[in-house]
Design a protein around this ligand. Structure first.
Ligand SMILES: Nc1ncnc2c1ncn2[C@@H]1O[C@H](COP(=O)(O)OP(=O)(O)OP(=O)(O)O)[C@@H](O)[C@H]1O
Ligand SMILES: [Mg+2]
Length: 267
């Protein structure tokens, strides 16, 4: 599947994401009332776009990303990626959708290279090809000296680079990122963001990245989606267009005020 995919496929629209009137109601162990985590969320991301989702803590960002990744079902409404829904056609998206989680989720008993090989192994790629791809990506992410190191021997930033290599090695059409750089120091996080964007835009990969850091969103995204609490769309921002009219600081203030007001706003 990976080998046969053409570069041209990426902009063909078959990976456009449409979120339509999405609702997710959760039962909690601590309350009698069900919790509305996502409330009639509607928006679209075009194939090849780099999109960031921002919103308060607990507003349903990770819940949304899990549904988009096909790991959970909505209560009402739907998400389509091209013609399909990720949670109903999980196998169809195997290898085409990769996730980088907040915690790197590396397997401690596998070396850096073996961790990167894991997804390729699941896709049935041959051992020689897996090894080559894993080494290539770890080298691109400046870990050529650590191919045989175990996660316990790596720093937080290095571990997150291995997680990034693992995602990129799949050559996914869609890359989902949940606060992957948020817990690192700012210098490391910034460098990782730069490297991440370089590789994602070179491949034309569609990116949906969740963050609560507004600077990260403004520096990273072509589109910023501001979520209310519970998750619904408060504002959709075309970042380059906004920055042609206002400074980064003004845009940051607008986004922060929108989040604080929890009401839909036009820029
Ligand atoms: N499995 C679950 N069962 C019950 N409630 C849940 C479950 N997962 C999340 N929640 C609740 O749903 C709401 C949304 O959680 P979610 O993790 O999606 O928020 P978030 O926006 O990702 O927050 P953060 O920025 O802190 O990561 C929260 O109130 C949370 O307590
Ligand atoms: Mg979260």
């Amino acid at each position: 599947m990976i080998a046969s995919r053409q570069e041209g496929d990426r902009s063909s629209g078959q990976f456009n994401i449409r979120v339509n009137q999405l609702r997710k109601v959760l039962r909690t162990s601590h309350g009698t009332e069900p919790l509305v985590a996502i409330d009639r969320l509607t928006f679209s991301v075009m194939a090849g776009e780099i999109a960031c989702i921002v919103g308060r803590t607990g507003c349903g960002k990770s819940t949304f990303l899990n549904i988009l990744a096909g790991l959970d079902h909505p209560t009402e409404g739907e998400i389509t990626i091209g013609e399909n829904t990720p949670y109903n056609a999980f196998d169809l998206f195997k290898g085409a959708v990769a996730v980088i989680f907040q915690q790197d989720r590396l397997l401690p008993w596998r070396t850096a290279r073996e961790n990167v090989e894991l997804g390729l192994e699941i896709l049935g790629i041959s051992p020689g090809q897996r090894r080559e791809t894993a080494e290539e990506w770890l080298t691109r992410l400046e870990l050529s000296g650590f191919l045989n190191a175990y996660p316990g021997e790596l720093s937080g930033g290095m571990r997150q680079r291995v997680a990034m290599a693992r995602a990129f090695a799949l050559d996914p059409q869609l890359l989902l990122v949940d606060e992957a750089f948020g817990h690192l120091d700012e210098v490391t996080a910034r460098q990782l963001r730069v490297d991440f964007l370089k590789h994602a835009s070179r491949r034309g990969t569609t990116v949906v990245m969740v963050t609560h850091q507004l600077e990260e969103a403004i520096e990273t995204a072509e589109k910023i989606f501001v979520f209310g609490k519970p998750a619904r769309l408060l504002a959709e921002i075309d970042t380059p267009a906004a920055l042609s009219r206002m400074s980064k600081e003004e845009l940051r203030t607008f986004i922060q005020e929108t989040i604080d007001s929890n009401q839909p706003r036009q820029l």
